[in-house]
Write a protein that binds this ligand. Structure first.
Ligand SMILES: Cc1cc2nc3c(=O)[nH]c(=O)nc-3n(C[C@H](O)[C@H](O)[C@H](O)COP(=O)(O)OP(=O)(O)OC[C@H]3O[C@@H](n4cnc5c(N)ncnc54)[C@H](O)[C@@H]3O)c2cc1C
Length: 330
């Protein structure tokens, strides 16, 4: 792989005046795990135009890029990312409500959307009150909880892609499934989404949200650095139950520890490295496979170079391709 000189790229991006451009920005500052080496260039466009201009600019020069929301569902390599990391947090923040339709930029926090809907007496986004992260990340993951998910409310998404530019796709085209969407297989960048909610009883909506938050606090290590569920549930089974049954609660490698509150959470109890989290994931996967013949699939997404030194483009971010988690006990 030829290495890319990012210094002139950062300089040229600065001259475009799209927003802050940071060199060697530690991604541990931008992930809920508090883990991750530096992004060669970290860009924070301040408008949607800025996001689109930067994407076009990078695509035209064949420069690798990666989109980051709030970093609550990612594990970033200790070696960092040889790419321009584009944050959606500043540029994609618009939000409006008309009747029962909510339109929001993909950098808007899901919890903010949940509160906005509640204040407008709209039901449907109560589940989102306990999910950290942005709307964009939630679309990619079809985030869900408490028996609901994004698929139930999304009507359409405005996307940018390297071939067609900015256009709108329907929810059907996004192919939402359990913690999956076409966003994970195709280089779409979500710019904004239209969600259709239902008129609801204000007090009931608020009570439901309170109940969900309380439930969350009593069952998950809220407040400790983590990235939510590490593995997807191998439906109809629950990853957390299988991991608990093999006695993994409390397992620790370096500063990465399997939560004693919820076995499908790995927490960073100090200065954990991505390699330590991966090591723990491998051990869990192997033991669960040996005991139950179930292969756990990661829900957390890997960001960084693969073992072959591949560039951090959208298609090689899977654990299976990048870091040798294809076989459960390799
Ligand atoms: C304590 C805790 C609890 C959690 N509980 C839940 C839960 O109950 N249910 C659940 O589903 N998840 C849960 N999660 C996981 C996480 O919050 C969600 O997956 C969330 O939707 C991720 O949003 P994000 O902005 O942080 O995405 P990021 O982690 O920043 O990104 C996730 C992926 O989406 C991509 N991406 C982000 N924005 C865009 C965009 N605009 N366009 C294209 N690609 C984009 C990134 O490149 C990356 O591949 C939890 C996490 C934590 C830390």
């Amino acid at each position: 792989m030829t290495s890319i000189d990012f210094a002139p790229i950062a300089r040229d991006l600065r001259s475009l005046k799209l927003g802050a451009v940071l060199d060697e920005e530690p991604l541990s500052r931008h992930t809920s795990y508090r883990i991750g080496g530096p992004a060669r260039v970290y860009l924070e466009p301040t408008t949607e135009d800025g996001v689109v201009t930067s994407l076009e600019w990078l695509k035209n020069r064949d420069i690798p890029y990666f989109i980051l929301g709030q970093g609550t569902n990612v594990l970033v390599s200790d070696r960092g990312v040889q790419a321009v990391v584009i944050s959606t947090s500043r540029g994609l923040k618009d939000c409006s409500i008309s009747g029962t339709t909510v339109e929001a930029g993909s950098g808007v926090l899901l919890t903010k959307l949940s509160h906005l809907a509640e204040r407008s007496g709209l039901a449907g986004l109560e589940f989102a009150i306990s999910i950290p992260g942005t709307l964009g990340g939630a679309l990619v993951m079809n985030a869900g909880a408490h028996g609901s998910a994004m698929v139930k409310v999304v009507k359409s998404v405005r996307v940018w892609d390297p071939v067609a530019g900015v256009h709108q796709i329907s929810a059907d085209e996004a192919e939402f499934e359990y913690r999956q969407s076409r966003f994970q297989r195709y280089p779409w960048i979500a710019l904004s989404a239209e969600m259709v909610l239902a008129l609801g009883d204000h007090d009931h909506i608020r009570q439901t949200m309170r109940h969900f938050m309380a439930q969350r606090k009593s069952t998950q290590p809220v407040g400790e650095p983590n990235a939510g569920s590490v593995f997807k549930n191998p439906t109809p089974l629950y990853a957390g139950q299988l991991i608990e049954r093999v006695g993994a609660k409390g397992w620790r490698i370096g500063d990465a520890e399997v939560s004693s509150l919820h076995a499908n959470f790995i927490t960073n109890v100090g200065q954990a490295k991505a390699s330590e989290v991966l090591h723990l994931m491998r051990r869990i996967r192997c033991v669960v496979y040996q005991r139950y013949h179930v292969i756990l699939r990661p829900e957390v997404r890997w960001i960084g170079p693969g073992e072959g030194g591949a560039r951090a483009t959208w298609e090689n971010l899977w654990f299976e391709e990048g870091v040798g988690l294809r076989e459960p006990c390799e």
